[in-house]
Design a protein around this ligand. Structure first.
Ligand SMILES: N[C@@H](CCC(=O)NCCCC(=O)O)C(=O)O
Length: 250
């Protein structure tokens, strides 16, 4: 059986005076080394991309995390410095990509910003600087130059029994890292809450009646995918769905 191929969303950012379409190596190595699938970074060219042509040739889609935020105009919000920085090229690519992948039954794993994109793509909204809201924990990354510290396990999440995530990692509590300032505000129609943090922040969602594995998580399973059991199982479940599609595509 050939190795399944999965699309990975890209950020557009200036490096060395050029605009790069790039994805962090942590997602790519988790896909190759833990999930045994081949990542293919999709440049964020928005409407120039023939989504059906691309999705017909791949076995899954991963929307990664990013320090940038979904532009508030896309969920009826108002752009201000609290929701910056933006990456409109990425928004213009991932939101239609997510909708089309769901429609076509392409396995979809959305991580952090990716989960926020999933919620916005289906009509939901986001809140910014959630740590400033009364009763909320601080979900931002610890300040450190050491990525292992920034991605360190920070809090528990309660996994809903019997749901998409519960079938993968088991119900009850799992421990996760946390590197976000935004979170789901209005949950999109058709999304199911799969896990919540102790302060009630939505930490994982799935799509009701999805044709294929479709999961959004607010934390970063890619960082510890090779050593943390729940993280690894999430990538395994996504890879199993991608392999099933690869077999069916022949
Ligand atoms: N920007 C959004 C999404 C958060 C996210 O994807 N974090 C990953 C970035 C990892 C890092 O900080 O290096 C938000 O802030 O909610």
């Amino acid at each position: 059986m050939t190795m399944p191929v999965v699309l990975v969303a890209s950020d557009v950012k200036p490096i060395d005076g050029y605009q790069w379409h790039a994805s962090p190596s942590t997602y790519l190595s988790a896909l190759i080394e833990r999930a045994d699938v081949m990542p293919l970074v999709l440049p964020s060219f928005g409407p120039a991309i023939d989504l059906d042509a691309v999705l017909a040739r791949v076995d899954g889609v991963v929307c990664t995390g990013s320090r940038s935020n979904v532009h508030p105009e896309l969920y009826g919000g108002v752009a201000d410095e609290r929701s910056e920085p933006y990456d409109r090229a990425r928004d213009a690519t991932t939101l239609p990509l997510i909708r089309r992948a769901i429609a076509l039954g392409v396995p979809l794993l959305c991580i952090c910003r990716g989960m926020q994109e999933l919620n916005v793509a289906l009509g939901g909204s986001l809140g910014s600087e959630i740590q400033d809201e009364a009763g909320n924990m601080d979900h931002r990354a610890p300040v450190s130059e050491d990525q292992a510290v920034r991605f360190s396990i920070r809090h528990g999440v309660d996994v809903a029994p019997g749901g998409c995530l519960g079938r993968v990692v088991g119900s009850g509590q799992i421990l996760v890292n946390s590197l976000h300032r935004q979170a789901v505000a209005r949950l999109a129609e058709g999304l199911v809450v799969e896990a919540v943090a102790p302060d009630g922040v939505i930490e994982a969602v799935s799509v009701r009646g999805a044709k294929a594995f479709t999961l959004g998580v607010q934390w970063h399973p890619e960082f510890w995918a090779k050593t943390d059991t729940p993280s690894g199982r999430i990538f395994e479940a996504f890879a199993d769905a991608a392999r099933e599609r690869a077999d069916a595509r022949g």
